[in-house]
Design a protein around this ligand. Structure first.
Ligand code: HEC
Length: 153
């Protein structure tokens, strides 16, 4: 019993250490891999297979987009003006047929968390540094809460 309580207390301490502020881009990448997003998540019809990206995209010449269940659930309803907390969008960007970069937007209670990874999963940029770059384009889609490819329901 005592052991169980200690374990629970430890787990609680670990959980609270993973608060918004010290959220780690690596942990997010691991979460995506654990979810096996390429196999299990939904994709917008227009980007559901390797598709030519728009010229003003920094994601590569081709890409595939994925989103999680929180987004799918939101799409079943209507009247959203923001994507709900927990929404995750991923774009796998390819250059000349090879995975070049994975870019992720995760909606947290405090707003979007942006991160980009190379093909090996190493973080190229995340948090505020990333946000400054990413919002140069995604900011143009403010009315759709920064998402370009999936209209708010
Ligand atoms: C130069 C413009 C540009 C920059 C900079 C940019 N993006 Fe994008 N992004 C796009 C466009 C355009 C799309 C839609 C797909 C396409 O045609 O490329 C997109 C799609 C996405 C998607 C799929 C969801 C959606 O909005 O459709 C994610 C996730 C994403 N970008 C994340 C990021 C992250 C993270 C960064 C910063 C590290 C970033 N982007 C920087 C232009 C940009």
């Amino acid at each position: 019993m005592i052991r169980t309580l200690t374990t629970m207390a430890l787990a609680g301490a670990l959980l609270s250490a993973c608060g918004d502020e010290d959220y780690d881009a690596t942990a997010l990448y691991e979460e995506l891999q654990a979810a096996n997003y390429q196999k299990n998540w939904s994709r917008p019809a227009k980007y559901n297979k390797l598709t030519a990206l728009s010229k003003n995209s920094n994601h590569g010449d081709q890409g595939i987009i994925y989103y999680n269940d929180v987004v799918s659930d939101a799409l079943q309803t209507s009247g959203f003006t923001k994507w709900p907390a927990g929404s995750i969008f991923v774009i796998d960007g390819y250059l000349e047929g090879k995975l070049n970069q994975t870019a992720v937007m995760e909606k947290r209670p405090s707003g979007w968390f942006f991160a980009a990874y190379d093909a090996e999963g190493y973080t190229k940029m995340s948090g505020e540094d990333a946000e400054n770059l990413c919002t140069q384009c995604h900011g143009m889609y403010e009315e759709n809460d920064y998402i370009t490819s999936v209209p708010l329901p």
